[in-house]
Design a protein around this ligand. Sequence first.
Ligand code: DSN
Length: 432
Amino acid sequence: MYLQQQDQDILNAINGEAKRQSEGLELIPSENYVSHAVLEANGSILTNKYSEGYPGKRYYGGQEFTDQVERLAIERACKLFNATFANVQPHSGAPANLAVYAAFLKPGDTVLGMDLSHGGHLTHGHPMTLPAKIYNFVTYKMKNTETGEIDYEELRRVAIEKKPKIILAGFSAYSRTLDYKKFVEIAKEVGAITMADMAHIAGLIAAGVLRNPFDDGFDIITSTTHKTLRGPRGGLILLREDFPNPFGYKNAKGEDILMSTLINSSIFPGIQGGPHMHTIAAKAVAFGEAMTPAYKEYAAQILKNAKAMEAVLKRENIRMIGGGTDNHLILADVFGSLGVTGKEAQTVLDEVGITLNMNSIADDTRKPLDPSGIRFGTPAITTRGFKEAECARVAELLIETLRNKDNAEKKAQIKAEIKSLAEKFPIPEKFV
Ligand code: DSN
């Protein structure tokens, strides 16, 4: 209403994006649709407030209601993930990870994480990132790219040799289950702490349909809140249990500083200023939604839907890295299977209304800007209400599009089918 009068240009772009989101199918596995309750909190007047510090210990006045909001978000996050401590202030996943590194490491200290080319994330040590310029990242990989099995012997060997302070489990393009117990055993052997970056699968863990790394003894979880968790764009840091840090950082009284204290001061004032209280309120709303039985059903359906897509790819002889999926995503070698590059696939699928992303595959011989693979998943279409039958059909349409990438008539037919599927399943406004 106000934008209409004040800023037609921005309103037009927002309306264009709304139309794109509603007419197309969103298969980027890190995206989702939030409820209008989450949108309302995120767009609220809490954006006007500065609240540096933490509930009860702020640097500015007027915090009666912001304290309520942040306390609720913390309480709900802890309940949802079986954690005893939560910092809900990270602006997103990258600052959450940086804050954990900065809390515990000195420049030059070592982190052992999953190789980016085998599914890890940029923030786990890509040479162009700030953390990689400050800390020493060493990596582990899959032992077998056809099954996705991690090379735990190599992980242990590197851990013993390089003595990392943090062993990091987590990924953005890996479709199998990690053996968290093995990570914990190896970390204990070398005196490292364990950190799980669960950004992609946080919602599946919260719902109990995937294993919680805390149940196997992980120390720290970092996450974003906007992927399977279906909240606003933001980050989160959790501790299973608080304990005095094992790295010898002392307070003024000469006592070992608690892990929670190091994390809190690493976020503020370490790397962030004022928290985004409107986003924290929206996180609290999303955490509330994730506690409902309906959300558990949603999370279980994400997995069933991914399996339905996997079955079609198997039937059509499309190679999947890891041989298939145990979670919400699939990484397919479209260059090896169909002779279509990841970039070509992304472009032609965009044309018919299927949005996904090109992605490097393990040991890719092609460059990251025109890789061999595509990555796609089911969180957003499951939010729309898609079940196995519709997901299988989407997988068929995806493959059909790639097989007919130069056939304009065929692509027009597919586009029409995608649009009518999307119309049949409008984006919901509420989940509870
Ligand atoms: N960009 C996110 C993803 O798509 O996996 C991770 O940061």
